[in-house]
Design a protein around this ligand. Structure first.
Ligand code: SF4
Length: 386
């Protein structure tokens, strides 16, 4: 297989939220009113442009991320889906995911979103108790989230939800109980993230001022290990550091990123990576919503930067993505997207000590980080890429 006939994913960014969560460093903004018609037209125009950038491909996934794409009018979602299917060949089993917040208002739109073509939702539940939801600045209650999960189960073939753990004051026992509750509500997929403090967020300032403190490294590592064991025992082992699924139920769109396959991005701040000769074209759209909108209306696209990723850079990007996966990197697939076998590209002198230390495994088909390696992935990558 060559990169060019591998799957293509389409990422669509909706940058608006009802309020800004204090931990969030995504490209999300709060606005009083959004002109949905103007936004729909702009997304469709940039999609036309993306099809000129990466033509003649088969689209296997569409992912509406944000921001809060469950605030999009279902007609806008439907128009993007339809245009995508017109511009490219679409896989008969195309996966169409939409990120949703589990408020009752948004859950009331699930039927219309399913009608618009969405067949998988990912719900930002984040916690299952009132105090934690208040701390995380979420707009929904735990009961609303549980109701939204039930509504999602009725309307979509597949659903997932996210939780954030290693919260201030959270003990391993409390997280264990919350995981048990989550597993009782879960379908085929769960995303479980450790709370991290990102620069530029309100939590960054609060944390620096000592308003709250996080569980220490050992406690957080204990919760991570508990998560891996609990979920594996329940039949949803980790397939990526923070993502767990029943066999065959991984998010196909996110697998495209982790396998370093091709995707185009439309909407403010969206990134794309797609084959161009032996290299990959990297695109980034303007991140400010208004700047992006005006650029699209003026030029037909809101591209802020485009570069060619080639040679060693290609190998490094592919490694950074692939080692996140529990199965690791498929050596043949890697060679098709990054131009060389990862074991040859890295060389034995670099690999041997990491293998002996128990952080990496290599066999005839795969290069993978062990569980210990994935827990220290940044340090491992530094050693590999140095
Ligand atoms: S709803 Fe999601 S994207 Fe929006 S501010 Fe909260 S965490 Fe960020």
């Amino acid at each position: 297989m060559t990169a060019r006939n591998g799957p293509l994913g389409v990422y669509v960014h909706w940058p608006f939220c009802k309020s800004k969560c204090p931990y969030c460093d995504f490209n999300s903004h709060v606005r009083d009113g959004v002109d949905q018609t103007r936004w729909r037209d702009a997304l469709l125009r940039e999609l036309d442009h993306a099809a000129r950038e990466a033509p003649d491909r088969r689209v296997e996934t569409i992912f509406f991320g944000g921001g809060t794409p469950s605030l999009m009018e279902p007609e806008t979602v439907g128009a993007v889906v339809e245009r995508t299917k017109t511009l490219w060949d679409a896989a008969p089993d195309i996966e169409i995911t939409l990120e949703a917040n589990p408020t009752s208002v948004e859950a009331a739109r699930f039927a219309a979103l399913a009608e618009a073509g969405v067949n998988r939702v990912s719900l930002g539940v984040q916690a299952l108790d009132a105090a934690s939801l208040a701390f995380l600045g979420r707009q929904h209650s735990a009961d609303e989230a549980i109701q939204a999960i039930a509504t999602a189960r009725r309307h979509f073939a597949r659903y997932s939800f996210d939780l954030i753990y290693a919260r201030p004051g959270q003990t391993e026992e409390a997280w264990d109980a919350e995981l048990a509750q989550a597993l009782a509500l879960a379908g085929e997929h769960l995303s479980l993230y450790q709370l991290t403090i990102e620069r530029g967020t309100r939590f960054f300032t609060d944390h620096a001022r000592g308003v709250f403190s996080l569980p220490d490294e050992d406690a957080a590592a204990g919760m991570f290990e508990l998560t891996q064991a609990r979920l594996a025992a329940a039949g949803l082992p980790a397939y990526e550091i923070s993502n767990h699924a029943r066999p065959g139920a991984a998010c196909r769109h996110n697998l495209i990123y982790w396998r370093y396959q091709d995707y185009v991005g439309v909407g403010p701040g969206a990134h794309g990576r797609f084959a161009e000769g032996d290299a990959k074209r990297a695109t980034r759209r303007a991140s400010g919503p208004e700047a992006w909108l005006e650029a699209v209306e003026r030029n037909g696209h809101g591209t802020a930067a485009t570069t060619l990723v080639a040679g060693r850079d290609l190998v490094e990007e592919a490694l950074m993505m692939g080692l996140r996966l529990s199965d690791g990197i498929d050596r043949v697939l890697f060679a098709s997207v990054a131009g060389s076998d990862p074991v040859d590209a890295l060389g034995e002198p670099k690999l041997a000590p990491l293998r002996e230390a128990g952080f990496l495994e290599v066999d005839a088909t795969h290069l993978k980080a062990t569980a210990a390696g994935r827990q220290r992935l940044n340090a491992l990558l530094e050693r590999l890429i140095a």
